[in-house]
Design a protein around this ligand. Sequence first.
Ligand SMILES: [Ca+2]
Ligand SMILES: [Ca+2]
Length: 170
Amino acid sequence: MADFDNDVRPDLFFTNGEVDNNLKELGQDIPFEEPTKVLRNLGDMRFRRVRDSGPFFKKEDVGRGAAFGDLNNDGARDVVINRLGREPALLLNESSSGRWIRLELLGRQSNRSAIGAVVAVHVSGRVLWRQLKGGGSFLSANDLASSSDSVRRNASNVSRFTGPGRAHDA
Ligand SMILES: [Ca+2]
Ligand SMILES: [Ca+2]
C-alpha cells in the first residue's frame, strides 16, 4: 500500500503469482504467472484497478515481494519488485507528484529509525496521520526516507508507470 498519486489516499499495489509451477499437471486451471496490478483508492473504502499503468502491467510475472520508496526524489513513490527467476524490476512512478513533503525521522529515546513514530500533518483544515512502519511486503522493506538520486533511467530493467495513470518502458 502506497500513495502513488499523492492525493493522501493510499493506493494498492499487487505483485503476485502462484507458489507451485505444476498446477496444470495437478489438474488445476490456475495461472502460475499473473499481471502486476495497481488499484486507485477512490475513497470511502472503494478501489478501482488502473488499466493504463503502462506496458509492464500488461505482462505476466511471478512477483515475490515489492518495496516502495522515492528512488529519484521527485516526490512520487517508486517500486522495486522481486521476481522469481528474473532480475528485480524497477518501476519509476511518473504520476503527477503534486504537493508533497518528506520527513526523515530520527529516534533519540526510541529505536534510531523511529519506527512506530506517529506524525500529524495539518493540511487545509484536515489532519493526516501517518505512522512510520518497518518492513513491507514479503522479504522486502520499504524505504523509510529515500535520499538516493542514483536511479539509472536507461537501465534495461527499468519501467515507468503512473500510479493511477500511465506508464512507459524505459
Ligand atoms: Ca492515492
Ligand atoms: Ca520517484
